[in-house]
Design a protein around this ligand. Structure first.
Ligand code: PA5
Length: 469
């Protein structure tokens, strides 16, 4: 196992640090270990039985080979890569790019290792129009990667239809065929049908892997590979984390402890889980985590069908920025949150602070120090302040942010989610509540078969004058 392992630090949830009212006592930790240990074994068994296909992604050699072959083919003629997708078909792509490519990647050619990357996970017309105005005379150098497992998601389908028309109008049928890559179900669905009909290049969302667990499949790997990210490093990190999170010894298993700590606090009225990265690179992983946690754990029923309406609320914050917007609430508001800090020990690059002018000697203490020291001091300072207010905190620290450590992080949180699902007694892999909104959109947009639902929506859509001021 390579040296740079991410570390999970949980002393700051213990009663020893924040007191017995809010902290976890030794006996509570022992109880959590007893409750969680069988779930680790159960998950390992389910995995062997093929019930958690996401866990096999880092070991699949065909996916990266296929992704790399397509990336090698397309990169020479691609200056702009546009991902069209939403939810699990977009958040991982965004998070990988922010984490593993420089901040100015799109704007500074000297910092780019591949095409510019744009990910559209919304249907805001003004945003999309602005992009299309820019891209319309660059279409021959632009590849569109449409990602949709189902192939029928209204947002992604609409974007795809807009782009298809534009490609057909500007470049003809070959343009549509050559500039579009479809990532979708291997055998079924609307996008697969279109890909087959028009001979589009395509990649697969493996069977049984839900969107939010798919970043280590072609869904996340293709844009990463196109943009010069070492996808083998990502997968190696996930494989090495697989060993750690399969360990049936609770106190050696970071996913088990993380799931158990979250479960403990949920049951004790701390139902908000704040992820706060101290490092811009990790910012969008807080977004990715938010979807993973919310869609997986927010459920109405247990596995046995009892009504529970359960699930912690994930919140993203960014250190140091949100110290100046959220920390007042986090320290003095209700003690109803668990904080997960993400810390980076060594930044890819550091910047030294310049000398203070003579008239501002009070700034001397900053002069000559690195920004890396400042951001990490602020993390320690904020955590210290939260602990002084008896707020529980855990930290995941990265020696460095690189593909290998990011692969570990992704896999750690995916397995943490599965184990948390076991503790909450719910199905972590479905999302039934998302469906009604999707069906209602279809109905409002006039899809055949949605007439009845459209009628049901009318009274809610019609504004009641009595309540308008
Ligand atoms: O995690 C999920 O399953 C969802 O967020 C989906 O990824 C999202 O709804 C998009 O679905 P699809 O990939 O089918 O277009």
């Amino acid at each position: 196992m390579a040296v740079s392992q991410i570390k999970f630090y949980y002393k700051n949830v213990t009663a020893e640090v924040i007191g017995a009212e809010h902290g976890i006592t030794d006996s509570q930790l022992k109880e959590l270990a007893e409750k969680t240990t069988p779930l680790i074994a159960q998950l390992n068994t389910e995995r062997k039985a093929g019930k958690t296909p996401y866990r096999d992604l880092p070991f699949n050699e065909q996916i990266p080979a296929h992704v790399m072959a397509l990336a090698d083919e397309l990169r020479p003629r691609c200056e702009n890569l546009v991902v069209l997708g939403i939810g699990g078909s977009a958040l991982g792509n965004i998070a990988l790019q922010t984490a593993l490519n420089p901040y100015m990647y799109n704007l500074d050619d000297s910092q780019r290792r591949g095409p510019r990357l744009f990910v559209f996970d919304n249907v805001d017309p003004a945003q999309f129009a602005s992009f299309l105005d820019w891209a319309c005379d660059k279409l021959d150098k632009t590849i569109f990667n449409v990602i949709s497992k189902s192939g029928r998601t209204a947002e992604t389908a609409s974007q795809m239809l807009i782009v298809r028309k534009m490609l057909l109008d500007k470049l003809g049928p070959d343009g549509f065929k050559n500039q579009l890559v479809a990532t979708t179900d291997p055998g079924a669905g609307t996008l697969r049908k279109i890909a087959d009909e028009y001979g589009l290049k395509s990649l697969e969302v493996p069977e049984g892997v839900g969107g939010r667990f798919s970043v280590l499949s072609a869904v996340g790997l293709f844009s990463a590979a196109m943009c010069g990210i070492d996808i083998d490093g990502l997968l190696a990190g996930a494989r090495d984390m697989d060993i750690r999170v399969s360990d049936t010894e609770f106190f050696k298993n970071p996913a088990a402890i993380n799931a158990a700590v979250n479960f403990h606090y949920y049951k004790r009225a701390k139902r908000i889980s704040v992820m706060m990265p101290y490092g811009y690179a990790l910012k969008d992983f807080a977004d990715w985590y938010r979807q993973l946690w919310a869609e997986s754990l927010g459920k109405a029923k247990t596995l046995t069908g009892s009504k529970v309406h359960i699930g912690p609320t994930p919140v993203k914050a960014l250190g140091v920025t949100d110290q100046h917007s959220q920390v007042q609430l986090y320290r003095e508001g209700p003690n109803d949150k668990l904080f997960t800090f993400l810390q980076v020990d060594n930044f890819e690059k550091d910047v030294q602070i310049g000398p203070a002018p003579d008239c501002a000697a009070e700034l001397d203490y900053l002069a000559g120090k690195d920004l890396g020291k400042l951001i990490n001091s602020e993390k320690t300072a904020t955590e210290f302040a939260l602990l002084k207010s008896n707020r529980p905190c855990v930290t995941i620290s990265f020696d460095r942010v690189n593909p290998y450590t990011i692969g570990q992080f992704i896999y750690l949180f995916e397995v943490t989610t599965s184990l948390a699902g076991g503790l909450f007694g719910i199905n972590a892999y479905d999302q039934p509540a998302v469906e009604l909104g999707k069906e209602a959109t279809f109905a409002l947009m006039g899809r055949a078969g949605g007439e009845n639902l459209a009628e049901q929506i009318k009274p809610f859509a019609r504004l009641d004058e009595r309540f308008i001021v």
